[in-house]
Design a protein around this ligand. Structure first.
Ligand code: SF4
Length: 770
């Protein structure tokens, strides 16, 4: 029954007048008599697919959501999260007023008190310890207008460059990889490339769960091209997406870079490369070829990846033989300590086979959050808005001139990345942290270390629309409006800038995130006048964003709110040359942003895991997502339908490991690494994971899997390696864990730790017991 209903949701096969929840199934609160008074056209605020939708409003509240049939991305369909998004706005978890913590309890206050208290504290800290003692974490959940305003204030108002986004946890490797290969960030592709490619290679991308609407574009392929595309799915886990595969490539965890290098070897060995494209459009081929041919023969690659030599040849032949091959990836590639280089390796493979700048032929990073792309373009975190470099004198001067501030105010270097900010707090260097619309106390790796660091702060300010786990720990809470309560733009994975319209008023005293920042700036002498006096509406902010982007790769100068709404979103660049936007980058006559305009072929190396499985922790943990929940459930934890479908975390283990532990599906087990442990995970015995691997979704604070994950980061992008760390599993019958006879005492203590707080690592538990 549930499946039938879910299918209805996925297919959006629900007629407007019949759209009501069954009371028997207790799926929600909407009844038939709650027909909306008005429908407001907008954009989904969850993920980077960027579906178009309508918000149904009755009596000033959002009561329904339905797909927009005219939207070019989603064609009227929505996933379960999109279809229940209106419930998020009226969640019992919302924050309706600014708050200040007194005697350990958050109390509602007026905005003036919250701003006065916080600004005094920030000034006191900056006077005593320097400007950079205040840090801020931004988010891909904001509208572009929100984080452009926030970035401007943090960098130029507070004058600290210790500013980064939660996008470092998901997209930073794609950014740095594109920069290495093409001289600039910016996915070169369109979703319609899924409809034109002969071969689609999905690498570490479980789109069935995480970007389900993209399957529509694959489904259209046969109709358009006349034949079904070959789908290659590369993943250590047989995910829902793997079910779509013609060729499933079950690689060893984090061996993707070696696989790609091995495919390049075979293609060059066999003479399958596109020599004209290489000569005309790339640089560095000689060194690249030498590197690959020396270090990545198929026999070596087979050992690293666990894929037979014969199969490697078959995959290479399939990819190289395609007229147009699309390689798309998400977190399986990005969330790795070699994520940046893996992204560039995927670009290498596309480049040697001429798969760039044509229909269906591209390396394509699919973003996670609804506006991860917008932060990359205008976030003011790892670059100056408009893809400008901090270190470039001209970039700084031009930007300062456009926004009419002294160029000496523009930082000459990026400050600390997100993980470096946490380390600096732990060292006592940063004393104040301002966290906006993100929830590190669930999403950041190695939670024990994070919790230890946050306790050292003089002040933690959280700006959010929801009472998240991090908000509960705040000294000051700025209550923000959420999706549908504010106006602005989101940019999706295919560079499409979508318009998100305001449908209802913000809850209680909440304000839009941009307005919070603008009002807060008035408590810092002269900053409002310097930075924001022209910002009377969100469209004013957008007009400045357009000016800042003019002439840059991410050019928005030809857009307007009206035009974006009329066209159902516009893909940048949009200017006089491309008045309705451009579907692909690096087409003929459209050069890369490198010194010679050519894409770079780079000699890159695979590296073994930072933490290999060992005697104490013999299994590899992979973490990820499920379609029914959003990130740390800040937005979805009170939505009945979604929680009926995915109420709690689970652990997938292979039947062979289940046999060793003597557990069945539905039993509860404990997982531990050297950093922490999680009790009470519900077992799913399944062939989806291989023997020695296990998988846990990261959404659930009640089973906080990031207590177990490792603080290991890509040195170029600073993105965490969420996908692999060494763990052991402990069952009632096997409290010693797997293959751990000699470690019995250790494991028993770990298993007994159901009585012990998750604040302790296994080592600390042992010490404590001794
Ligand atoms: Fe579309 Fe993503 Fe929203 Fe689902 S969550 S409706 S796939 S934008």
């Amino acid at each position: 029954m549930i499946k039938k209903i879910l299918n209805k949701f996925i297919n959006n096969d629900i007629k407007e007048d019949k759209y009501a929840y069954s009371k028997d199934l207790k799926f929600g609160t909407i009844a038939k008599d709650k027909a909306p008074d008005t429908w407001v056209r907008s954009t989904c605020g969850y993920c980077g697919v960027g579906c178009g939708l309508y918000i149904g409003v009755k009596d000033g509240k959002p009561v329904r959501t339905k797909g927009d049939p005219s939207h070019p991305v989603s064609h009227g369909t929505l996933c379960p999260k999109g279809l229940t998004e209106h419930e998020m706005v009226v969640s019992s978890n919302r924050v309706s007023s600014p708050m200040i913590k007194k005697d350990g309890k958050l109390n509602a206050v007026e905005w003036d008190e919250a701003f006065t208290h916080t600004s005094n504290k920030f000034k006191e800290i900056q006077n005593k310890y320097g400007k950079n003692a205040v840090a801020c974490i931004s988010t891909g959940q904001f509208l572009t207008e929100d984080f452009y305003t926030l970035g401007k204030f943090v960098q130029l108002g507070l004058e600290t460059n210790n500013y980064d986004g939660n996008t470092t946890l998901c997209m930073a490797s794609a950014v740095m990889g594109y920069k290495q290969s093409f001289g600039s960030d910016g996915p070169p592709s369109s979703y319609e490339d899924f409809s034109y490619a002969d071969v689609i290679m999905l690498i570490g991308a479980n789109i069935a769960d995480n970007h389900p609407i993209l399957k529509l574009h694959i489904a259209k392929n046969k109709k358009i091209t006349g034949k079904k595309p070959k789908i290659i799915v590369v993943d250590p886990r047989f995910s829902k997406t793997a079910n779509m595969a013609d060729v499933f490539v079950p690689i060893a965890p984090r061996s993707d870079l070696a696989l790609i290098n091995g495919l390049c070897y075979i293609i060059m060995e066999q003479g399958w490369e596109d020599t004209k494209f290489i000569q005309d459009k790339t640089s560095g081929y000689k060194e690249f070829r030498k590197h690959i041919m020396q270090k990545y023969p198929p026999q070596e690659v087979a050992i690293i990846t666990g894929i037979d030599v014969k199969e490697l040849y078959e995959i290479a032949q399939l990819y190289a033989g395609a007229n147009s091959a699309l390689s798309a990836w998400t977190m399986g590639v990005n969330q790795s300590s070699i994520g940046t280089d893996t992204v560039s390796a995927i670009c290498n493979l596309a480049l040697i086979t001429g798969n760039l700048g044509r229909k269906g032929a591209s390396p394509f990073s699919i973003t996670g959050q609804c506006n991860a792309m917008g932060t990359r373009e205008f976030g003011f975190t790892s670059s100056i808005p408009g893809y400008r470099n901090f270190a470039n004198d001209t970039d700084r001067a031009v930007f300062a001139d456009i926004i009419n501030v002294p160029s000496s105010l523009i930082p000459t270097a990026r400050g600390y990345s997100y993980p470096q900010i946490i380390d600096a707090i732990d060292r006592g260097e940063i004393k104040a942290l301002w966290v906006t619309a993100t929830n590190p106390l669930v999403s950041f790796p190695d939670q024990n270390k994070l919790r230890r660091a946050l306790k050292k702060l003089d002040i933690l300010v959280v700006q959010d629309a929801f009472m998240s786990e991090t908000a509960l720990e705040a000294d000051v809470l700025f209550s923000a409006a959420t999706w549908s309560e504010k106006e602005g733009t989101y940019t999706n994975s295919e560079r499409r800038c979508n318009y998100a319209k305001k449908a209802v008023e913000p809850l209680g005293k909440s304000m839009s995130d941009a307005n919070i920042v603008i009002e807060f700036s008035k408590y810092f002498e002269g900053k409002y006048e310097l930075l924001f006096q022209n910002f009377q509406s969100s469209e004013d902010i957008f007009e400045e964003i357009k000016k800042v982007s003019a002439g840059q790769l991410c050019d928005y100068s030809g857009m307007s709110y009206k035009k974006i709404e009329e066209l159902g979103g516009i893909q940048w660049p949009c200017n006089t040359l491309y008045p309705e936007g451009k579907k692909r980058l690096y087409t003929d006559g459209f050069e890369c942003k490198t010194e010679d305009g050519k894409a770079k072929l780079l000699a890159l190396d695979w590296q073994p895991l930072a933490e290999s499985c060992n005697q104490s922790f013999p299994l590899n943990l992979n973490t990820g997502r499920t379609v029914e929940q959003w990130h740390t459930r800040t937005k979805t934890k009170t939505i009945t339908l979604l929680n009926d479908l995915a109420p709690q975390a689970w652990i997938e283990i292979n039947p062979l490991d289940a046999k060793k532990l003597e557990v069945e599906s539905g039993d509860k087990i404990t997982i531990a690494s050297s950093r922490g442990l999680v009790d009470g995970l519900i077992v799913k015995v399944t062939q989806v994971v291989r023997e020695g691997d296990c998988f846990v979704p990261f959404h659930f604070s009640e089973q906080l899997i990031n207590a177990v994950t490792i603080a290991d980061f890509d040195p170029k992008s600073f993105e965490p390696n969420f996908k692999q760390c060494a763990v052991n599993l402990y069952s009632q019958k096997h409290p010693q864990g797997i293959k751990q006879e000699e470690e019995k005492v250790v494991a028993e203590i770990a298993y007994q730790s159901t009585k012990v707080s998750q604040e302790y690592t296994v080592a600390e538990v042992i010490k404590k017991e001794n």
